[in-house]
Design a protein around this ligand. Structure first.
Ligand SMILES: [Zn+2]
Length: 406
């Protein structure tokens, strides 16, 4: 009979996740190097590595150089050793993707969601899950599926999210999806932008930083905060509502926000409100190269760069006000790294350059050489990568050997 105290098991899990993380971050590392870095005994390292290999997470990959004696066998992570489905539901649409242990989507199912219709969202997500499962089965990867992570807009509580569309609150309950796959796979649900911030710290630009401010500007707007290495949600899970930070004066002082106040950033800076404003201008015969057929942010940016007067003015306002809100947040929270995601994630675009310049030059942290403002490398996949991270991070956190958890 085997006697094990909880503490010993905890210690073993901790050592397993330590080695798993070291091998993930240092591809082609040997057992001897792991022993040297961790100060664990060679026997312990060997037995834990054997467990990781047995579990399909790690493999041997050739031999390394040696100054004397036997050449060491090198180890690496198997990227497809575990896979999570990342599900993203927000103003930018619905996306579902199987994502591997390197944070790389293997396939992406995309559809435009109608956020006002709860039943249609659930059935579209379900179709996306089925499409991803088919993909995994076809590529003989289904057995590696570990769980589903869902990043959804709004205020998340349990399986439900509440969000504002126009002046109306909507409630989306994801319970039907959970019921369908219950008992087979692990589930996690989180606010979409929080999940994206987490994705950046595991697989993206924020891997080396403990204090990260992630700013997402898409058709929705918000921030994800990593403080001391942990996601900060606030007392009621509402942290990061950048769209409701009070900012505007003058022209927009009386613009009423869906939250009931005037002067919120969202109505000036999020993509959905911006498109409404351009639509209204077109209907009022304001001169612009935009038309009702190309109402999207990419066309808007192109028009602004090509000196369309309406779009140039709107972009100036957007960048100015957004930068003010971001600078205020930086001055309040003192992050070492700011990551811009969504519309401003192309570092070479004039608009991103202007926004980054304003933030870098006007934040209190600007005097520090270490203060960084980066753009995200995830492009349109930030939602699915973030959502999948909710699950994938568990592979490296303790319960590493449990494939299915209720
Ligand atoms: Zn508001």
């Amino acid at each position: 009979m085997e006697f094990r105290t909880g503490n010993l098991q905890l210690m073993k899990d901790w050592n397993l996740s330590l080695l798993a993380n070291l091998i993930r971050r240092n591809p082609r590392i040997s057992r001897a190097e792991l022993t040297a870095i961790t100060s664990l005994s060679p026997t312990t390292v060997s037995s834990l590595v054997a467990e990781l290999i047995e579990d399909g997470l790690v493999r041997e990959t050739g031999v390394g150089e040696s100054t004397a004696g036997r050449k060491p066998i090198l180890l690496e992570f198997i990227p497809e050793g575990r896979i999570a489905l990342g599900i993203s539901i927000n103003h930018d649409g619905i996306r579902v993707a199987p994502v591997n242990l390197l944070g790389k989507p293997l396939y992406v199912y995309k559809t435009n969601g109608n956020l006002a219709n709860e039943r249609s969202i659930i059935s579209q997500v379900d179709r996306g899950i089925e499409a991803c499962i088919d993909f995994l089965k076809k590529h003989n990867l289904f057995k590696h599926l570990f769980g589903f992570g869902i990043g959804v807009l709004g205020l998340v509580e349990g399986t439900k999210s509440r969000y504002l569309l126009g002046d109306n609150w909507h409630t989306l309950d994801l319970a039907p999806l959970l019921t369908k796959y219950k008992g087979q796979l692990k589930f996690e649900i989180e606010n979409d932008i929080n999940a994206m911030a987490l994705g950046e710290t595991w697989f993206g630009q924020g891997k080396e930083d403990n204090h990260v401010l992630y700013v997402y500007t898409g058709y929705g707007l918000g921030i994800g905060l990593i403080i001391d290495g942990n996601l900060y949600r606030g007392a009621f899970g509402n942290a990061g509502e950048l769209g409701h930070v009070s900012i505007s004066q003058g022209d927009h002082g009386d613009l009423k926000c869906s939250c009931g106040l005037t002067g919120c950033l969202g109505p000036i800076a999020d993509g959905a409100h911006l498109m409404l404003k351009i639509k209204e201008a077109i209907e009022n015969n304001v001169s612009t190269s935009m038309s009702l057929d190309n109402l999207n942010f990419e066309s808007f940016l192109e028009a602004a760069v090509n000196k369309d007067p309406l779009c140039e003015k709107l972009l100036d306002e957007l960048i100015f006000n957004l930068s003010r809100a971001i600078i205020s947040t930086i001055n309040l929270l003192d992050p070492g790294l700011v990551i811009l995601g969504g519309f401003f994630s192309n570092p070479n675009h004039l608009a991103s350059e202007r926004l980054i310049g304003l933030i870098k030059n006007n934040s209190i942290a600007s005097y520090r050489d270490e203060f960084k403002v980066f753009t995200s490398n995830f492009g349109d996949d930030s939602g699915v990568i973030g959502a999948a991270t909710l699950i994938l991070k568990n592979v490296f956190d303790f319960q590493i050997t449990n494939r299915y958890i209720d």
